[in-house]
Each structure stands twice: as structure tokens, then as C-alpha cells.
Design a protein around this ligand. Structure first.
Ligand code: S3P
Length: 174
């Protein structure tokens, strides 16, 4: 299989953007963060957009942007945590590239999100305990979508080199 684009998927705080930027230099491909793309397209923050238009409108706009970026080549795309879980987004990604789920335990996600939750409308303002409960419940709902990824990677143990190895073993890069 020839890989034309790579989609990084996983819960908020799983490190999709951080990994994507590192893979960019390792593979010599472009990197695109779907959340950043959304914010520059709509000239607003995701938090503001949720507040003004609601989550449903966000999901529709996110779906449209996703289908736009499936036309790009030699690009690593960091998706939003909810992207794979709406419409047929997961099937769209699986059809057009290699999908990698960065899997992490609830505890690690909670620790990471604790310091970075204010910009994320779904977790902003939650206490530590509320955050853990939210992640447990949401992850249980989303896991079925994330599990459809071509590659399920243990985000705790796999370094960038490990990801590069898995990608190269999955097909030929365009
Ligand atoms: C969301 C995750 C966010 C962003 C939006 C909704 C989600 O992306 O798309 O706040 O539903 O999990 P990150 O996973 O990059 O934080």
C-alpha cells in the first residue's frame, strides 16, 4: 500500500500535535493540525465557536474541513479528539490514508489535560476529579471509533522512532 497521508487520532491530550510535528521532520512531510486549520479558517477559537454556535455546528464544520484535507498529499494530520467519532469520518480517514490511534491510559490523559484544559471547551472548568470521570466516560464511548484505526499505538512506550518504524512497516510512503 502507498501511504499518501497519515491521520493521528486519539483523545484530547494524547499528544497528536506534538507527535505530528516530530514526524514532520522525521519523514520530511508537511504537518497540519485540524484544530488550528479550523481556527484560521473561521477566524475564531474553538472555545468561542462552541460557545456561539454549539457543538453540532462545530462537528459539521470539522467534517467539511476533514474532507478538504483528504485531498492533500505527503501530510501528517493531527485530528481533534472527537473527529473520528462523528459522521463517517473514521471511514473517510481509513480510505484516504494511514490512521494511527495514540492510546494512553486515563491517568496520563488527566495529568496532561489538567494543565491544558482551559482552551478546550469540553473540559474547561472541570476539577481534577470531574476531569477523570469525564475522560473515563468519554473514552469508553469513543474507544469503538478509535479502535478502527489501522494502527493502535501505545503512546506511553513508543517513542518517535517507534512510530516511524510502524509507519514504514505499514506501507510505502508516497
Ligand atoms: C475535541 C478535541 C479538541 C477540539 C475540540 C473538541 C473533542 O481537539 O477538536 O475542542 O471532542 O475531543 P484536541 O484533541 O486536539 O484537543
Amino acid at each position: 500500500m502507498v501511504i499518501k497521508r497519515i491521520f493521528l487520532i486519539g483523545f484530547m491530550g494524547s499528544g497528536k500535535s506534538t507527535l505530528g510535528k516530530r514526524l514532520k521532520s522525521e519523514l520530511g512531510w508537511d504537518f497540519l493540525d485540524l484544530d488550528d486549520y479550523f481556527e484560521s479558517r473561521y477566524q475564531t477559537t474553538i472555545k468561542q465557536y462552541f460557545a456561539e454556535q454549539g457543538e453540532q455546528a462545530f462537528r459539521k464544520a470539522e467534517q467539511a474541513l476533514l474532507s478538504e484535507v483528504t485531498g492533500l498529499e505527503q501530510v501528517i494530520i493531527a485530528t481533534g479528539g472527537g473527529t473520528p467519532c462523528y459522521f463517517d469520518n473514521m471511514a473517510v480517514m481509513n480510505r484516504s490514508g494511514l490512521t494511527i490511534y495514540i492510546k494512553l491510559p486515563v491517568k496520563t490523559l488527566a495529568e496532561r489535560l489538567m494543565g491544558a484544559k482551559q482552551v478546550r471547551p469540553l473540559v474547561a472548568g472541570k476539577s481534577g476529579e470531574e476531569l477523570v470521570t469525564y475522560i473515563q466516560e468519554k473514552l469508553a464511548e469513543r474507544e469503538a471509533y478509535y479502535q478502527q484505526a489501522n494502527v493502535i499505538a501505545d503512546g506511553d512506550v513508543l517513542g518517535v522512532d517507534g512510530f516511524v518504524r510502524i509507519i514504514k512497516a505499514s506501507g510505502d510512503l508516497l
